[in-house]
Design a protein around this ligand. Structure first.
Ligand code: CO
Length: 507
């Protein structure tokens, strides 16, 4: 494992496929407060809080494998740090589907990404139930830990024990089955108090977005952590697949990808619902700028602007440029919607045949209605974030998972720190036998509050790494400023590639 500045382009993949695919397995055990010892380095004593992570933990039942790992049941890991020590707890989310399938010993629900019940199309046709698998993200809101899955309500868990409390309608705020995004954004205090900003989308010929803002701390005026403080609905023409969004002090920024949804193969039991999405060739998407409350444009109508061609799952960040009046949005673009066909085994996937993600900056001018774009990173990348104190603001640094090769599509094996002003890069790599998931940047705080004027890259990057040599997961702690390795913790656990995670200052 090494840290380098940019290297010359390599042409050979830096990994063996069996090392990569050995991560696709079931999580076999649930641990409670197991101490973790570093095999290298030391855990920084100032690191205090909990890293929560979510991702698919069950990929096979009764000898049948999921069609796509995104159909795996949500499994939460909690890494608690205090006084230079670390402890690990992990639990499956006790969803209705997980409980039923545990009892049956086989899949009894269809998966959105193509997993079918045993018995072929006849056994699956007209079964339009969606299995809420709670596997995409995990965040703390008030005294609830929320396991998120974007097509339905969250599951609430005990933040300490990870025991499932049950489906949550957020104290009656959500209707039964109402969608809540798996990508909340945490406003660090653009208008005073910190907030969690999130959305739900009801997609159809006209799609409606519900934009919601929650207090994340108790406030002097009686507002409690978890209370809803802003709520609005906005309708747009056309089908919308919205996985993520971005915020600035005045705007919630959405990118409506140019995709169409044909539900017939889903209804007939031939495909999963997400496999019925297809890109609309030659068409570009559009940005929706939805005014936040409060904000400079509160109460105004949303603005629609053209987006570059390509497909976006995730954004890095957005901000308002006071010098130009532009809204700047950084997103990871794919040439096309990356889909896996019904006949393809994801473990055999040909990386060269699917597009890689690349980081692109769009400068949106709301007055002229024009959008200009430039590449920030063309090395294959995903899962990018800025310092949380810079969410919605002009951040200098980004941390993201990247491929080992500088061009082409490959598994993610390294973590890059990118200076968005100078283009300077620092890369820590787990290649050839390590494979990274989403990095979480944790700012170094004093007494639980951000230090005024502290350097934006002061802190750590926490990243779970699949270790192909020992077929288990490591947690790696990097120094966020120089990307040197601080500690490697070998977990007594094998966790398949995860999705999203978050940091909570409570240990
Ligand atoms: Co995501």
């Amino acid at each position: 494992m090494t840290v380098t500045a940019s290297q010359p382009t390599g042409f050979q993949p830096a990994y063996e496929r069996h090392d990569w695919s050995s991560a696709f397995r079931n999580v076999g055990v649930e641990l409670s407060d197991v101490p973790l010892e570093p095999v290298r380095g030391t855990i920084p004593p100032e690191l205090k809080g909990t890293l929560f992570r979510n991702g698919p933990g069950r990929l096979e039942r009764g000898g049948q494998w999921v069609h796509h790992p995104f159909d795996g049941d949500g499994m939460i890991s909690a890494f608690r740090f205090e006084g230079g020590q670390a402890r690990l707890t992990n639990r499956f989310v006790r969803t209705e589907g997980w409980l039923a399938e545990e009892q049956a010993g086989r899949f009894v629900y269809r998966g959105v990404f193509g997993t079918q019940k045993p018995g072929g199309p006849l056994a699956n046709a007209f079964d339009l139930r969606l299995k809420n698998i709670a596997n995409t993200h995990v965040v703390q809101l008030g005294d609830q830990l929320l396991a998120l899955w974007e097509a339905a309500e969250p599951h609430a868990l005990d933040p300490r024990t990870l025991e499932t409390r049950g489906l949550s309608r957020l104290e009656g705020l959500l209707k039964p089955g109402e969608a809540l995004s798996a990508h909340p954004r945490f406003d660090p205090g653009h208008h005073g108090e910190s907030r969690m900003v999130t959305f739900g989308v009801k997609a159809g010929p006209t799609s409606t977005v519900r934009l919601m803002e929650f207090a994340t701390a108790d406030q002097p005026d009686g507002v409690r952590a978890g209370d809803l403080v802003a709520d609005s609905h906005h309708s747009f023409k056309g089908f919308a697949f919205l996985h993520d969004f971005a915020i600035t002090p005045s705007w919630a920024v959405f990118l409506q990808n140019a995709v169409a949804f044909n539900p017939l193969p889903f209804v007939l039991g031939q495909k999963g619902a997400a496999q019925c999405l297809a890109s609309k060739p030659g068409e570009a998407g559009q940005f929706w700028l939805v005014p936040r409350q409060p904000g400079h444009h509160a109460g105004a109508r949303p603005l629609l602007l053209p987006a570059p061609e390509g497909f976006v799952f995730h954004h890095l960040n957005a901000f308002e440029d006071p010098a130009t009046g532009e809204v700047v949005v950084d997103s990871i673009y794919y040439d096309d919607f990356p889909s896996i066909g019904p006949e393809v085994d994801y473990r055999e996937i040909d990386f060269d045949s699917i597009p890689e993600g690349q980081l692109r900056r769009c400068r949106i001018d709301p007055r002229s209605g024009t959008v200009q774009s430039e590449w920030l990173e063309q090395r294959c990348c995903e899962f990018a974030m800025v310092n949380p104190a810079k969410q919605g603001l002009n951040a200098r640094f980004a941390w993201m998972a990247v491929a080992e090769r500088e061009r082409g599509n490959d598994p993610l094996q390294a973590i890059e720190k990118l200076d968005l002003q100078t283009g300077e890069r620092l890369v820590w790599s787990a290649a050839p036998r390590g494979f990274v998931t989403e990095p979480v940047m944790v700012p170094r705080l004093t007494d639980g509050s951000a230090e005024e004027g502290a350097a934006e890259d002061r802190g750590w990057v926490l990243v779970p790494v699949w270790n192909g040599a020992r077929c288990a997961t490591d947690l790696v702690i990097l120094n966020a400023a120089d990307m040197t390795e601080q500690a490697v913790l070998e977990l007594p656990l094998a966790i398949p590639y995860g999705l999203h995670g978050s940091w909570s200052a409570t240990a």
